[in-house]
Design a binder for this molecule. Sequence first.
Ligand code: GDP
Length: 445
Amino acid sequence: MFDTLSDRLSGVFTNLRGKGRLSDADIDATAREIRIALLEADVALPVVRQFIARIKERAGGAEVSKALNPAQQVIKIVNEELVAILGGETRRLQYAKQPPTVIMLAGLQGAGKTTLAGKLARWLRDQGHTPLLVACDLQRPNAVNQLQVVGERAGVQTYAPEPGNGVGDPVRVARDSIDFARRAQHDMVVVDTAGRLGIDAEMMQQAADIRAAVDPQEVLFVVDAMVGQDAVNTAQAFQDGVGFTGVVLTKLDGDARGGAALSVREVTGQPIMFASNGEKLEDFDVFHPDRMASRILGMGDMLTLIEQAERHFDQDEAERMAAKLTAGNQFTLEDFLDQLQAIRRMGPIGNLLGMMPGMGQMKDALAQVDDKDLDRTAAIIRGMTPAERENPKIINGSRRLRIATGSGVKVSDVNQLVDRFFEARKMMGQLGGMGLPGMRKRSAT
Ligand code: GDP
């Protein structure tokens, strides 16, 4: 996501590198290039205009800093302005004073509402809530069933109309679901509504009626980030027809130009609250404007990486590992294997590396880091006996050949793994317990 924009912007910054001070002509040229980059990324024209005006004004002199060189200053300004158009502060969910808190989802068909309902429910459940999913999309064949499947996967209950009882009246289903939630002590209700392929008065009216019936704390407008400019028009139509309190961007995993993301907040005035970046339940996160901006600028996203690591690594396990690492040579290939598996659970390695600072410019190198390499490394370790994993020094020539054959690699691969493991262990011993297991593991790969 945002790859093209990132690449273009980093080109702009590279051109500034080495300049002692910025002339007016430099600023104009830079502004022009940023403008092209944004337009190419499909950012809405009024948003681009305003953005460029701010950059020019700020880069134009008042903010001359002795601490930063011109390129750094421009990056800093662009970063701050990006954070601003993305909404500034992270916007958290608003909860009802009296449960249940009701969250209603609205958006076009195919935007990813149903998928999101599951993700949101799972995320809420993980935080100790007892969400109820409500199927109010009674238009699309199979939509109710789809939500039930999603709910099951997320481990939450789904409320759907009984056949013959209120079928066809989504407003009634929505209203009844709140009573049900109250009785069954669900503290959160997520209402999935029907979408259409295009903006349509009847659909808007239905969504507005549901909103009036359930009086939600949040109405989330769900929009597919891949649709480009249209997203802005759709957002405006939903804002006028139903009204919403927050935006969810979906399909940020696609290689869309992503300009919608940069425009919707500015155009509607409502904050982007969540982002979806895949079809799996866990491909979902709270939207942080500052982190997104630094990702766009290729500055990486350490915070997200750390949070993901925390989510996928058991805390006790991490502490045990940290203790072993501080002690240096207690770290074994068995531990390494555990960590490799934990990293693989976090998703494709390319995604993780993309979040690390400085990696933005290293796309080519990144492309070579193959998940298969990690899997092959894991296979080699699995081919070893527990004693060998504990102490790889005992692996002799014939065992190396046997392990290589067993895991389908060359003997040199086994040798390399063992050598690098010792090297890394030595290094890790020196570094002591760093906070992040994933980082340690990477340095040992
Ligand atoms: P709805 O009509 O708004 O309920 O949309 P759905 O939830 O049925 O999603 C439409 C399609 O988009 C489905 O095939 C989903 O699997 C897919 N989808 C939803 N969210 C994402 C996402 O974040 N990334 C990707 N790649 N696909 C998604």
